[in-house]
Design a protein around this ligand. Structure first.
Ligand code: ADP
Ligand code: MG
Length: 314
């Protein structure tokens, strides 16, 4: 059973009765008064699964909030507030001080504040619920991509997956830059909000580009064709053999870049946006009439056997 089968079978009770958008996207939407929609997202980090026991607590505080803000970014939302539920094995003042420094630095930089939560003793586990807002009808959903749209991605991919693989295999070989990519992801909030009027659909790359674009293809009922040679590779991948590098970029999670679709007439505006944000925005493929995500090389020949992304129950 995959993670998504489990959610569908046990938690998804069909189209929401009151919410504007329920289970199945990066965030849920609740219609507000005054032309705005409230956006709500939740992500949990569990010790031993999402991070190693010796993780720098400042980076953990940053990342616990960053992965949630990344979901708000993928909805085109502006963050407002968050709650923190935390289970701690005990009270370690140094650890908590560093954790809070990391978390609140990102909170302050993103204009959102901690408004509540829950604290208990137990194996280290963190769950944040973040709340944002977006003008009604302007949210970037997964289900509005159209055949003929371009497919884009921000930044570079595969750095976090390469860092994790190196960390598990030979920790000494890991460069500081690669480690930074894994531990300090930057939620693309300014990009998400700027894409409200340019993109037709968006998702953040948390489980791997192929898996995450697969959700867009499925919910939009389109096919996506990716050009492997156009996918921007993190500099940390240059030391690897090309096939392994591509595997990390297409199948590795934890990059927290935004993948999005947009009509071809918005190309120049999107390129200009990338320059103004000083963030690489790369056209990596196109949406068509088929189903699912396929990957081709520069000459259009299909590439098979590529990693399909991370699934907690797969
Ligand atoms: P993301 O990677 O963007 O955080 P997920 O892949 O974790 O999204 O989840 C897919 C969808 O299923 C989301 O809409 C999420 O809110 C929903 N979901 C996940 N777990 C549960 C749950 N236990 N109950 C209800 N909805 C859930
Ligand atoms: Mg997401």
């Amino acid at each position: 059973m995959t993670e998504f089968d489990l959610i569908r079978q046990y938690f998804d009770r069909g189209p929401p009765r009151h919410a504007e958008l329920g289970i199945g996207d990066d965030g849920a939407l609740l219609r507000d008064r005054a032309g705005m929609s409230r956006v709500i997202v939740t992500d949990m980090l569990v010790g031993g699964r999402h991070f190693l026991a010796d993780v720098d607590p400042a980076s953990l505080g940053h990342k616990a909030l960053a992965v949630n803000l990344s979901d708000l970014a993928a909805m085109g939302a502006r963050p407002q507030a968050f709650t923190l539920a935390i289970a701690l094995p005990g009270v370690d003042a140094d650890w908590l001080g560093a954790f809070c420094r990391g978390m609140f630095a990102l909170a302050d930089a993103s204009g959102c504040e901690l408004i509540g939560g829950d604290t208990t003793r137990g194996p280290l586990c963190l769950s944040i619920t973040a709340i944002g807002e977006v003008p009604q009808g302007a949210a970037l959903r997964r289900d509005h991509a159209q055949p003929g749209d371009d497919v884009w991605v921000s930044g570079a991919l595969g750095g976090a997956a390469a860092a994790l693989a190196a960390l598990l295999e030979s920790p000494g070989s890991l460069s500081a830059a690669a480690r930074h990519r894994l531990d300090w992801p930057q939620p693309r909030l300014a990009l998400g909000q700027a894409l409200r009027h340019l993109a037709s659909a968006a998702i953040d790359v948390s489980d791997g580009l192929l898996a995450d674009l697969g959700h867009v293809a499925e919910r939009s009922r389109i096919g996506i064709e990716l050009r492997a040679d156009l996918v921007p590779l993190d500099p940390a991948l240059s030391a690897l053999d090309p096939r392994q590098a591509l595997g990390h970029a297409l199948g590795g999670g934890d990059d927290y870049e935004l993948a999005f679709t947009a009509p071809a007439e918005n190309r120049l505006a999107i390129e200009a946006l990338g320059r103004s944000l000083e963030l690489a925005l790369t056209r990596i493929g196109s949406a068509g009439g088929g189903r699912g995500v396929s990957v081709v090389d520069a000459r259009g020949r299909p590439l098979a056997d590529l990693a399909r992304g991370f699934d907690h129950f797969g």
